[in-house]
Structure formats: structure tokens, C-alpha cells
Design a binder for this molecule. Structure first.
Ligand code: HEM
Length: 284
């Protein structure tokens, strides 16, 4: 051996454990696919009337828009313009006006992020409702299976110990010190809990509130969400939060070890890290 050669250190690994049940894995991928189609077809539907309102009314004579995306004529030619809570932004190239300079498209969201890529509200609605109901079905299956197999109680609903460990876990995440324990960390639990108990139910219920048929069957939906226009704005806001969750989720999966994480979400088997004193809370 040469002077420079260093003995290779064994990589610290914990045991391989069966962490994700078939129901967790199946529903996870079903809603990942559904959310992709729901997002892009939803943006197509939004483009048909690219403004959001708070309150019961909408129309030319009211000034209750909280978001408006469009194009305006200026002395320099047409520009994309987005108004959020009264603040105006020039969003040329992104929102309101996009595409090649010689032949721009005047849609709120560009065709690259809508399904279909051209203006077609009817097809957008067909795709949206198709994947919407599959999403609801998968959510129902997840709640039932997770209640029966204990995943809900064990891994999702945060306990007192999770809440007290939360500040520490937030700090660890901020320093990119991710632990590969048997169970989700407090921050993971809390974020998945918010996804399952706040964001997913809210996006489904506000979606139903926009359906005239559902309003006839369940008029209380309109009372809860303050009318169809407010429900539409909440639906849009939750979509934005889910997109943010998705971005952070993927960054965390990449930082924590993408192959290990993906394997656990495909086969169920997860390689834990070396035990640390703080992982005593990782009870099976
Ligand atoms: C819109 C898309 C997605 C949503 C809403 C989502 C949401 C979730 C949720 C709620 C969980 C916890 C599931 C449970 O315990 O029952 C989870 C776990 C997980 N997801 Fe996603 N996910 C999405 C896409 C993805 C993608 C594209 C990947 C892969 C690149 C991915 C990788 C994982 C992994 C590895 C876990 C397990 C985390 C762990 O064991 O620490 N997810 N996801």
C-alpha cells in the first residue's frame, strides 16, 4: 500500500426496516400522478376567467378581486400584468403574455403549464374532474387503511413528544442534518398531518363548493366557505401551498438520500441511519 492510501471507512448504517405499507405506497403514487394532472388542468380552467374574488359577488361593477392576471396595452406595446391584493407586477413572458415575441399568447398561465396546452376549457374540465375523483378515492382508501393499520396514529398525528421536539428538529432541518430514523421526524409528522388534515380536505371541499350540483345537495358548503367565489380563491391558494409543499418535499427527499427514500416508497424497505440518543423516541 502506498503512503497516500487511506483505509476505507465503513459507511455508518442502521438496519433495513419495512417502513411503508402497500397502502401508503399505492396511494402516494396515485395522488402524485393525480396532482400533476389536477394542477395543469386546473390552470387551464383558471385561464377561462383569470381573476379571483373574496365575497359573494364578482363582475365589472365590483372591486373585490384579490388576483387578476391579464395583458394591457402600453406605449411600448402589450405587456403581461398581474395584480395581487392591489399590487401591480409586470409579468410579461410568464403570466398574462408569454411565448415568442413575434407571436405571443395572451393567456394567464402559458400553454406549457396547462392541459391541454391550447385554450380548451371543456377538455380541461373533463381531465380535472376525472383525476379529482380518483384523488378523492385514494384519499378515502388512505384514511381507512391508515386508521386500521395504525399508520395514522403512529406516524401522522403528532404527539406531545413530537411537539416538544419540534424546535430542535426545525433547527436540524435548517442545518440540513436529516436523521434517518424508524419513524418520521416531528417536522415531517407535522407537515404530513397538515397535508392530510388541512390541505387535502380543504382543496376537495372547496372544489365541491364550486359545483352547482353539490351546492344543491350540501348548501352548507356555501355557508362554510363564504360563497363560490371565495371557495375558488381558497382552492387556488391551497393549490399554491401544495406546490410549495411539493418543492420542499422533493428537496428533502434529495437531501435525505433519494435512492433510499424512493426505495421505501416503492418497495416499503428503508435503510435507517446509525442510532442517535435522540432517536430513542423512534419507538416501533
Ligand atoms: C404532488 C406530489 C406529492 C405529494 C403531495 C406527496 C406527499 C407525500 C406525503 C403526504 C407523504 C407521507 C405519506 C404517508 O406517510 O402516508 C410522502 C412521503 C414520501 N414521498 Fe411524497 N409526495 C409527492 C410526490 C413525491 C415524489 C415525486 C417523490 C419522489 C421523488 C416523493 C417521495 C416521497 C418519499 C421518499 C416519501 C417517504 C418519506 C420518508 O420516508 O421519509 N413524493 N409524500
Amino acid at each position: 500500500m502506498s503512503q497516500d492510501a487511506k483505509p476505507s471507512l465503513p459507511v455508518a448504517k442502521g438496519p433495513l426496516i419495512y417502513r411503508q405499507s402497500i397502502w401508503t405506497r399505492l396511494t402516494h403514487w396515485v395522488w402524485a400522478i393525480c396532482l400533476f394532472f389536477l394542477l395543469l388542468s386546473g390552470l387551464q380552467i383558471f385561464n377561462a376567467h383569470p381573476a379571483l374574488y373574496i365575497g359573494q359577488e364578482s363582475g365589472f361593477e365590483y372591486d373585490n378581486a384579490v388576483l387578476r392576471i391579464g395583458a394591457v396595452n402600453t406605449p411600448d406595446g402589450p405587456r403581461g400584468r398581474t395584480i395581487v391584493f392591489g399590487q401591480t407586477f409586470d409579468t410579461t413572458g410568464l403570466l398574462g403574455m408569454s411565448g415568442p415575441e413575434a407571436n405571443p399568447s395572451y393567456t394567464a398561465f402559458p400553454g406549457a403549464v396547462t392541459i391541454p396546452s391550447f385554450r380548451d376549457l371543456a377538455s380541461g374540465r373533463v381531465v380535472h374532474f376525472f383525476f379529482g375523483w380518483i384523488f378523492v378515492g385514494a384519499l378515502f382508501v388512505w384514511f381507512l387503511a391508515s386508521f386500521i393499520n395504525g399508520h395514522l396514529r403512529r406516524d401522522i398525528v403528532p404527539k406531545g413528544a413530537d411537539l416538544s421536539g419540534l424546535p430542535r428538529d426545525v433547527l436540524d432541518h435548517a442545518r440540513f442534518r436529516l436523521h434517518r430514523g424508524r419513524r418520521y421526524s416531528p417536522l415531517q409528522k407535522l407537515s404530513y398531518f397538515i397535508v392530510f388534515f388541512v390541505l387535502f380536505p380543504l382543496i376537495v371541499l372547496t372544489g365541491l363548493t364550486m359545483s352547482p350540483g353539490m351546492d344543491a345537495a350540501w348548501p352548507w358548503l356555501l355557508d362554510i366557505f363564504g360563497g363560490r367565489q371565495t371557495a375558488r380563491s381558497i382552492h387556488f391558494a391551497v393549490m399554491v401551498l401544495l406546490v410549495l409543499f411539493f418543492i420542499i418535499h422533493i428537496v428533502m427527499v434529495l437531501l435525505a438520500g433519494p435512492l433510499n427514500g424512493l426505495r421505501s416508497m416503492i418497495t416499503g424497505w428503508y435503510r435507517t441511519g446509525p442510532a442517535t440518543p435522540r432517536q430513542e423516541g423512534d419507538r416501533s
